[in-house]
Design a protein around this ligand. Sequence first.
Ligand code: ADP
Length: 181
Amino acid sequence: MMRIEINNSFLEITQGDITEQEVEAIVNAANERLIPGGGVDGAIHRKGGPAILEELREKYTHCPTGEAVVTGAGNLKAKYVIHAVGPIYKDGKRGEAELLSRAYRSALERAVELGVKSIAFPALSTGAYGYPIKEASEIALKTILDFLKEKGKPELVRMVLFLEEHYNTFVKVLEELKSNL
Ligand code: ADP
């Protein structure tokens, strides 16, 4: 686990399963239609139970790329699931970087609106959506660091990497970014 303090908040990087996190809000890597798929989305709906999808259907029709919507967390330990939609990676020339940054930022904004003190993210867009992990980690970490510098909340932001290779990349990139803080 790696942890750094910034503006009285903490940014942590850990390897594991997002559905097991004891935080107030977990972020889902959702799609625009808010239809449960595979990957982290499948795991969240499976463990959280049908209440999450029922609430999505009641409240929302879709969620544009770069934005995020909120539901309860059903049977999960968290209170809320923040469904954020990252971009599908094509060639890096279609605004993917900006959209990925916006997806992280939107989720953080929802967390602050909800008043939650702790939030955990998976690596948005780095599975089925094909975003290269090095670039995705730079965008994720820079966006979170900027947000914490600016707002000083939430108190804890945890990146939860499912794959060891992804975890190692995030740690390396944060080591680099840390020296410029
Ligand atoms: P996307 O469609 O945004 O790429 P995916 O769910 O396919 O979303 O993948 C996003 C990332 O989530 C991938 O890096 C994948 O390894 C990771 N992942 C899959 N299952 C879990 C889990 N249970 N907890 C945390 N991360 C997960």
